[in-house]
Design a protein around this ligand. Structure first.
Ligand code: PMT
Length: 409
């Protein structure tokens, strides 16, 4: 189950319209409940043709009604909407229906009572065409930044055909929708994050590499997307399982292998980025020559490998920066004597590379690399420690973004 940074317990209304994908929404509600959120399901009468009321009530652990005449004394449909931090409609209404059927779900939405508290956002899982099928009032809502259309997916459809129009998987809706209930302080920013470790080939079967799993960089990308940024993740040799944590509609992943490929990708991405974060572990050296065939003992082996220096990508990005408002963040992986030594090394590295912020972490056999947790100090331009953060790599990522937001303000 993914962890979602600072989002606490969220009050969620799940609107379900009549469609075969309603069975997937059962799993979505289950995921939300398991993550500790409060969920009220509002199905249309038609939705109940696909999944019955007892299922919704037992899964959501809340009473479910389709009638506007229930609990009228409390004006339940208004109260429910006003208490919601987040409204998810999944599946969305049929593509070309002019209006949704007149029931509980539409009555609530037509009265515009699904008004979340300020700075909260309401996602909608819907086909893009659905926006065009909403009535005038709802179209105005859809045009606002607080209504988000997530999906559709491309793939196999119920009728046996395939193409765009498939509802996203519950895990994807869960990952994309929940962050809308959290802070959106990176909205409008284009962010590039490098993650993982480069591999420098020796011959077709061997390389020089490091133990970076990509967890910290992926957590930075996921946290940035959750806070509203458009993210480009330049991924160096990251395993599928770790990379799955970056599955988000606002994250574009570019896979690279070597330091030279990383340099090229970062230069291109940085030109269109407001913030660049170099979390990747980059090889400082590569073999001077790469053999075309496997080096064998019979042919003399390789008692020594001659190395040549790779370019310093981070320092290069700082030196070639043309947009003065761009923020460049570096990392430093150190094996220090103690915390004072760690900070001194961090300060020296920040100065040498010229980054606006330098995130320094101590690494070792069981620390930093591969571990699920991390402990970092974020050092600013004058050498001061702006943030110290210890916890999951996602928590650390959020602390780094807090520092970025702080200096950009
Ligand atoms: O991936 P994980 O397993 O989660 O581990 C996370 C991490 C420990 C790899 C991460 O938190 C981290 O410290 N990343 C930076 C690793 C590193 O290369 O540090 P460095 O001190 O060698 O380099 C300093 C900075 O210069 C880094 O931002 C690095 O990306 C950059 N660099 C280094 C060499 C080079 N030739 N070009 C660079 O741009």
């Amino acid at each position: 189950m993914p962890r979602y940074g600072r989002i606490g317990r969220v009050n969620i209304v799940v609107g379900v319209t009549g469609g075969i994908a309603a069975y997937k929404t059962v799993h979505l509600v289950r995921l939300l409940i398991k993550a500790g959120h409060e969920v009220t399901v509002v199905p249309t009468a038609d939705a109940l043709q696909f999944v019955g009321l007892p299922t919704w009530e037992s899964i959501s652990r809340n009473p479910v009604t389709v009638s506007v005449h229930d609990d009228v004394a409390r004006v339940r449909h208004v109260a429910l909407g006003q208490a919601a931090d987040l409204v998810i409609i999944a599946p969305p209404p049929p593509t070309r229906s002019r209006r949704w059927p007149p029931d509980w779900l539409t009555t609530s939405s037509a009265r515009r009572c699904w008004r979340p508290p300020p700075r909260r956002h309401r996602p909608r899982d819907a086909h893009r065409d659905v926006a065009a099928s909403l009535d005038a009032g709802e179209r105005r809502h859809a045009a606002r930044p607080r209504v988000h259309i997530i999906g559709p997916d491309d793939g196999e459809l119920t009728g046996g055909d395939s193409g765009p129009g498939r509802m996203l998987e519950p895990e994807d809706i869960f990952a994309a929708a929940l962050p809308f209930a959290g802070p959106r302080d990176l909205a409008g920013l284009r962010v590039t994050v490098s993650a993982g470790g480069t591999r420098e080939p020796i011959d077709p079967v061997r390389f020089l590499g490091n133990r970076s799993s990509g967890k910290q960089g992926v957590a930075l990308a996921a946290a940035a997307a959750a806070r509203g940024a458009e993210v480009r993740l330049v991924a160096a040799n990251i395993g599928t399982e770790v990379l799955a944590e970056a599955r988000h509609p606002s994250i574009r992943i570019e896979r690279i292998g070597t330091a030279a490929e990383l340099a090229e990708a970062m230069k291109a991405a940085a030109a269109a980025s407001d913030v660049v974060v170099m979390a990747a572990a980059v090889a400082d050296y590569r073999p001077a020559a790469v053999e075309d065939g496997k080096i064998t003992k019979e042919a003399g082996g390789m008692a020594a490998i001659e190395l040549t220096e790779n370019e310093d990508i981070l320092a290069g990005l700082v030196a070639s920066r043309t947009d003065a408002s761009q923020t460049i963040v570096g990392f430093a992986a150190e094996t220090p004597r103690d915390e004072e030594d760690l900070l001194e090394r961090g300060r020296r590295k920040r100065e040498r590379k010229g980054a606006d912020l330098l995130v320094v972490n101590a690494v070792g056999w069981k620390q930093g690399f591969e571990a699920p947790d991390n402990c970092v100090h974020v050092i600013g331009r004058t050498g001061e420690v702006l943030v110290r953060s210890e916890g999951s790599k996602r928590e650390v990522a959020d602390a780094v973004w807090d520092a970025v937001v702080g200096i950009r303000a």
